[in-house]
Design a protein around this ligand. Structure first.
Ligand code: FES
Ligand SMILES: [Fe+2]
Length: 335
């Protein structure tokens, strides 16, 4: 039997995942989010975001059937969530603070909910680690660099696994086949030497090749790709075009369900920071590149990467994606 690393792999409970764009969240919530195949309630109490499994311990109704209200005796802005079915009330730590039908009676220990271990804001997104994280948050050296201007692609949802999507963005041999309409050069099929290095849950690769300029002109130039992948599904990809500037693409992936993944893609470019580029053009171009990947990824029968050795065939050009499989194997072994 083949063992798959897919969007419901239990090791993912110990990793950070993006779950929402902060700019899209109006008010305190509750907002329903989906992660690793389960539903969660996301809400804000004071300055703190909380994520609770979206299932009331009483009769398992979704907590998002109810709403937020100021907690009893709480400080300004502190909220509790009241289930819509029988009105049980939970604070931001998941503690059940009121069972209306019991009056002043006892609150059973099983009425409390264990919240997500860590919820934080970064890169304009809410990030969640359901259990204590073993993998650090991804880092982006250019994020606060004033030479780079930010453009966010519209959030997309693909019918593919997050590991598959990440694997595809790490892959350096598919450009002259999948991407003939955008970045692929049909005459640049052979993948040259590149280096791969690993530091625990982060690995890097540097690859030099030929590619079309990102301005859509179709001009082929020398390009250096620097990949920095943080387990399980996060990628910083720096593309250096020499005198034509640099672009850093960020790919952060939310494993929504066994079959679906949300993609938060950002484009940091030097040309735009210098006032030369059109952000919408960059967004349209990256969307067109992604559409070429999506067509093939959504046709895969299995929505994960195999952990069982021997199922795939690797060649020298695949060293980046082989390293990715090693990282996922190590992660899977922790669970
Ligand atoms: S199901 Fe939530 S209070 Fe009864
Ligand atoms: Fe691609």
């Amino acid at each position: 039997m083949v063992d798959w690393f897919d969007n419901t792999h239990r090791s993912l409970r110990r990793c950070f995942h993006p779950v929402a764009e902060i700019a899209q969240l109006e008010g305190h919530g509750p907002f329903e989010i989906e992660l690793l195949g389960d539903s969660y309630a996301l809400f804000r109490s004071g300055e703190t975001w909380t994520v609770l499994v979206n299932q009331c311990p009483h009769r398992l109704a979704p907590l998002t059937t109810g709403g937020l209200e100021p907690g009893p005796g709480s400080r300004a802005g502190e909220m509790v969530i009241r289930c819509g079915y029988h009105g049980w009330c939970f604070d931001a730590s998941g503690t059940c603070v009121e069972i209306p039908s019991s009056g002043d009676g006892p609150i059973p220990p099983t009425a409390h909910i264990t919240p997500a271990a860590v919820v934080r804001e970064a890169f304009g997104l809410i990030w969640v680690s359901l259990d204590d994280p073993v993998v650090p948050m991804p880092e982006v050296a250019e994020w606060d660099d004033p030479d780079f201007g930010l453009a966010r692609l519209p959030v997309q949802e693909w019918a593919a696994g997050a590991a598959q999507v990440t694997d595809n963005f790490l892959d350096v041999a598919h450009f002259p086949f999948m991407h003939l309409g955008t970045i692929g050069d049909p005459d640049d099929r052979t993948v040259g030497d590149y280096t791969v290095s690993r530091d625990q849950w982060v690995f890097r690769a540097v690859h030099r090749h030929k590619a079309a300029l990102i301005d859509g002109s179709g001009r082929i130039v020398d390009r250096t790709m620097e990949f920095e992948c943080t387990a399980p599904h996060h990628l910083r990809l720096r593309l250096d075009y020499g005198e034509h500037g640099a672009t850093v693409l960020l790919f952060f992936h939310q494993p929504v369900s066994a079959e679906r993944t949300r993609l938060y893609i950002m484009d940091l470019s030097t040309s735009r920071a210098a006032g030369q580029g059109d952000p919408q053009q960059a967004i349209d171009f990256q969307m067109a590149v992604g559409a070429e990947d999506r067509v093939i990824l959504e046709q895969f029968r299995h929505k994960g990467l195999p952990l069982t050795p021997g199922l795939e065939t690797h060649v020298k050009a695949d060293r980046i994606t082989v390293e990715y499989r090693r990282v996922l194997n190590d992660l899977a072994a922790l669970a």
